[in-house]
Design a protein around this ligand. Sequence first.
Ligand SMILES: [Zn+2]
Ligand SMILES: [Zn+2]
Length: 383
Amino acid sequence: MGTQTAVVYAEPGRAEVREVPLPSLDVRPAPGVLPRRCDHGVIIRTLATGVCGSDQHTLHGPGAAPGMVLGHELTGIVTEVGRDVERVSVGDVCSVPFNVACGRCANCRSGLTSHCLSVNPARPGGTYGMGEGFGGWCGLQAEFALVPYADFNLYVLPDADQAGERLLDVALLGDVLPTGYHAALNARVRPGSTVYIAGAGPVGLACAAACRLLGAAAVLIGDFNTERLAHARTVGFEPVDLSRGDLADAVAEITGRRHVDAGIDCVGASASGLDGEGTPPAAAFNDVVSVVGPGGAVAVPGVYPGGGAPLGVRLGGIWSKALTVTSGATPARRYQDELARAVLLGGFDAGKIVGATAVPLAQAGDAYARFAAGAGRKFILVP
Ligand SMILES: [Zn+2]
Ligand SMILES: [Zn+2]
């Protein structure tokens, strides 16, 4: 069996580039991978594969197995199709949604591909490169990758040359763009809305871009990281430095009111420890709730752990203002067609907004370290 270059989990907090076996439609057991036969799958040669905040959760979480291939964001060319695949052909350029979904179960049929009932023995919903707790699917940060249930999962780009020319935009269709857009829709952003987004990382910026696409009048982004805030300003959003003063004062200065119509938490539990000891995991969420006006909506694409750990959510702030809160992983496939048209036909320059930066796959370790250190960029690995 041949080998290929891939990004693997080496030890807690550290990814490295190694040679691993090439993928096959007959999936063999490997670190973090469950064996299965995938005649409904395809093999894809990677054009671009993103480094994501969720990869950091995997690097620091309990679910990673040493030697496991990481990553869940892929754009590439189909090189082999399984015998049950009918609507995808060798040579097609495709975007892979980060959710693994069967397309056959009740949840997939209702559009909830984020919670597919077939792809993860542990619980509803699966993804690539996060270990057995997420279904045991091999990661996508490699020269070649397996994508199962290809007819259902893949978004085939209409023009391979055009996709190649816009690769740093197209590469965002697998995760951050659908995630940001889903959150903006859930927060009921519409023409004239004022929006506060917690977190100026790639998901926060993609969410801000989606709010602009939906016609928001003012998009404020809060963070402690000055590099990320400076980037948010250069791409036309209102940065709010959370290390300085009161959030409602900053909102009033920019919008003329002490509240916004919509709030979006793109930080999640990683807020814990950002501004000192004793910060509750839900600090960013509580900030968002504090500045959304009565009857408004709050969306939470940021990740919070399951189980019973106390998060410090101030429920009274939600109740007293009759806010609507939505959360959870995004069913990415649902939005890829319309977002691809916005990028390819509508001039939506998502790559520039999130600071998409190409890095050779062989230098992935460096990209991971720079992302973890808070770089104001979205790193896209290219073989
Ligand atoms: Zn991602
Ligand atoms: Zn399903």
